[in-house]
Ligand binder design. Sequence first.
Ligand SMILES: C[S@@+](CC[C@H](N)C(=O)[O-])C[C@H]1O[C@@H](n2cnc3c(N)ncnc32)[C@H](O)[C@@H]1O
Length: 640
Amino acid sequence: MTNINQLTTNNIKIPSKDLEILKTNFSHCFNKKGNFDFEKFKKELSKNEDIDFSNESYGMDWLGKSYARLLANDEATTLLKENKEWNKKPENKNSDNLLIKGDNLEVLKHLSNAYNEKIKMIYIDPPYNTGGDGFVYQDDRKFSVEELSKLAGIDNEKAKRILDFTQSKSNSHSAWLTFMYPRLYIAKQLLKDDGVIFVSIDDNEVAQLRILMDEIFGEENFVEIFIWDKKNSAKGVPTKNMVVNIHEYILCYSKSTNSKLFGEERTKDTFSNPDNDERGIWRLSNIKSTLENSEKFSIIDPKTGNKFTNYWAFSKESLKKMIEENRIVFPKELGGLPKQKEFFNEFKNANMPIKSNLGLFHAQDTYEEAVDEMLGPKVFPYRKPTNLIKKIVSQAGEDSEVIILDFFAGSGTTGDAVMQLNVEDDGNRKYILVQLPEVIDSQKNKTAYDFVKNELKIENPTIFDITKERLVRAGNKIKEDNNKLKEPKDLSSIDFGFKIFETISNNKGNWGDYILEAENFNSQTKLFDEKKLSKEDLEILLITWKTYDGFSLTKNLKEIDLDGYKGCYLDNKLYLIDKGFETKNLKKLLEEIDINKEFNPAIIIVFGYNFQSKILREIADNVKNYANKKHIDIDFIIRY
Ligand SMILES: C[S@@+](CC[C@H](N)C(=O)[O-])C[C@H]1O[C@@H](n2cnc3c(N)ncnc32)[C@H](O)[C@@H]1O
């Protein structure tokens, strides 16, 4: 049995998967102190002739890159709270969709264990840094010059320049890249091995983003830069060079070379079966060849005896066989020229490739007009056309394993698209949306402000309130539209609900008093006021911990009664959080492990602040004896 002390009330650290992989496979390249010996590693790899170290080094550097790396790896400074009232509602209680309120960097860090390699597709539409879109670099981490220089491994002078820039609300390319890097870095870890990411962008940052994504995802995982048109005419103010920009970009990268986009379903429109061929519908396809090395010979229509001499796409033998099998026809309307019958059922790929130019998606198409009606025309005008996002989301497949993540949710278009697609193809996709509670300015954005304040009756309007409302209204609209159909579909299996969680700062309110260094903590003394941590606070702690330990947010722990003390248990992990654990509860705990086949804790995690050191020792000793006797492993972890 291992007895481990952890400090995690203010220390949720994202795991470094790269380091883990290195430690597993190249443990001999780490020294005693656990430091990585790069030269040794390089020598090791050089034995492999496929690896060429002579390549030029190439990459992008910017002021703040070392800071961005630090942000990607440092710990979360928040805890996770559930909106219990919302999540209890009948439409939400069994839902696997999530809407999370908070800064997406914090949220991504919280998700990094539980959703590690679980996400099939990420679509994001970050601020474009146009100068007018309100993007400014904001960050409330307060490092001193010395701290930053030590943590980021840079000199004081550089650390000072970085701090100046991160605190000056900059919207330079450097500021934007510093903002994007850590988010994309963690996002990559969440993607499944065959997962893909799509990122919307325009001319302002497309060049920077491409190189950044090459660096994070690897050039070999570049899939495409899709373009789409937002209008179909050159109306608008041209540049001095007489150009009107009408398109935007969506960069697509895969996690590995194992991904495959869905493509487009082959439509049956051009196929028919005029001769009732038992192989099913078919269409005509050319068999003339333009290739140099193809054969020139004659083929004869067996019915008319007409002879056609040409270069053909098939060999003489193949064509002879095809004529016998009724795969070649000589349609009169085409002057009797031979054609191949191409059968729909015989296509190797059921789907057609998707074009890199996605086409026109109008901000005012019929559905977008309906969204305007749903929320009010100017409430969220800069959202993406839902049909565009449907096209992107449809590239991920439709089964229940497909989770779509959008951590710049805005009006929630991605959630709407997921629901619509699920209705259309009986799919089971889930979504996770993240949105900052960005305060809506009552002057600059009066319509949105009034909508949230007056219609939704929310005192301090934020964009998050709009995201939430759109998801509810879009779900209702889909159901209403379905009911209006002559033959409405049964939508009972479609998940129209969603659960809400939010990040809360761990040094505000009651938590402020708990930022104690583990070694300073002496549990003999009663350090905190009995009343300070409420039941709700402890629930927050439990949700944060269970997510940190790898349980998805939609998975609930089960309560287990230990002679009057409530423990929480799931999949071999037992949490003891509340105060008041006594010897009789410990006795019952061991009894339960003994007799209850469903209860097999391999890890017992306790909240150290709520346990006297005497009982901690008692648990440790007794669990250890029990585990030894039964030849099983039970870890005992005390967290603060
Ligand atoms: C361009 S909008 C996305 C619009 C969305 N695609 C739609 O169709 O409605 C970007 C959104 O990201 C949000 N955002 C910006 N920074 C964020 C952050 N750090 N964490 C979470 N959301 C953020 C903004 O509030 C804004 O709503």
